[in-house]
Ligand binder design. Structure first.
Ligand code: SAM
Length: 306
């Protein structure tokens, strides 16, 4: 299984498809120690082979390197998903702690569009973090962009090719803030490829996939071995049949699907000292993992860990 852990539901950006401007964050959360213990129990009970740390914004956690080192003591592949604004100064410590994979969210390449999507400034710092991450040898290094009607797909592909990183376009999901407009704003992967082609970039699908969730394409006539273009087609072509993801929230709840609106409380039995009960709940949750009845999540993505 692949475990994604939301270290905090707080975030320093307010991306229009994710969080409201006046977001209310949870008043309580598992402590760092409790979250690390829950990670280890989920790992043991669900045979986890890969862990990704996410949020909210994980770089807001002072003890992020300790989380990386702890995850690395459990599995070989530890990834981080971040908006990159605060990342650059942390990179050396994260490298030493054993971080192996890095995904940096970036929706636009000019300051005004960045601010329109994120409702905050920060483009220069994100780009600087991407370049620093390359220098520190993080590979594969991916940028994630949520697909919106006014996304400049071709510009992001050109940027990825130029910087020697991979780009993944994520179809907009009816989660949190995006519930209100997802139906009219959703852009399917076929349409994204058409727009990229119309801008003069020809793509060819590769036979390999880096994950079950992303079909991967190369840019024709470009000698850019490090760049690939992927599309996370959660909406236009759901991949539930091959999904092996579990999500642990910063409130200590386990979710077997992004669209699981209730989850399983692991924190209460942990606080009661009943670790066997925690593991039993994890085993039962994994056995009951099913595709969702509807592709709607009421809480925002930051609360579950995207
Ligand atoms: N703060 C980190 C970041 O920005 O990468 C990690 C958490 S963020 C919730 C994880 C991913 O979820 C990001 O790539 C974000 O763009 C994506 N996301 C949030 N809301 C979404 C939605 N409604 N549909 C699709 N992707 C979404």
């Amino acid at each position: 299984m692949y475990l994604r852990v939301s270290l905090t539901d707080r975030c320093n950006l307010r991306c229009v498809y994710c969080l409201p401007e006046h977001a209310q964050f949870a008043s309580t959360r598992a402590t760092s120690g409790e979250l690390r213990r829950l990670m280890a129990l989920v790992w043991a009970a669900a045979k986890v082979r890969k862990i990704r740390l996410t949020g909210g914004e994980p770089t807001l956690c002072d003890d992020l390197p300790e989380f990386v080192a702890h995850a690395r003591s459990l599995v070989d592949v530890v990834g981080l998903t971040t908006n990159g604004v605060l990342l650059e100064p942390m990179l050396p410590q994260l490298k030493v702690a054993g971080l192996s994979r890095l995904n940096i969210s970036l929706d636009a390449l000019d300051a005004e569009s960045f601010r329109r999507f994120a409702r905050r400034d920060g483009l220069d710092r994100v780009v600087s973090s991407i370049r620093a991450a390359r220098r520190y040898g993080f590979a594969p290094l991916k940028i994630n962009a949520v697909a919106m009607p006014d996304t400049d797909y071709a510009a992001l592909v050109r940027f990825a090719a130029w910087e020697g990183v991979h780009v993944r376009f994520i179809e907009l999901m009816a989660i949190g803030e995006a519930k209100a407009f997802q139906a009219r704003a959703h852009v399917a992967a076929d349409e994204m490829r058409r727009r990229i082609f119309d801008a003069g970039i020809s793509l060819s699908e590769r036979t390999d996939r880096d994950e079950a969730t992303a079909r991967v394409w190369s840019i024709d006539n470009h000698d850019v071995g490090e760049c690939s273009v992927g599309f996370i087609t959660t909406v236009s072509q759901p991949f539930c049949a091959t999904c092996d993801r579990l999500r642990l929230s910063s409130q200590g709840r386990l979710f077997t699907c992004l669209m699981d609106n209730s989850g399983h409380d692991l924190l209460t039995p942990l606080r009661a000292g009943d670790e066997e009960q925690v593991k039993a709940l994890v085993v039962a949750a994994v056995a009951g993992k099913r595709p969702p009845a509807t592709f709607v999540r009421h809480e925002n993505m930051a609360s579950i860990g995207g």
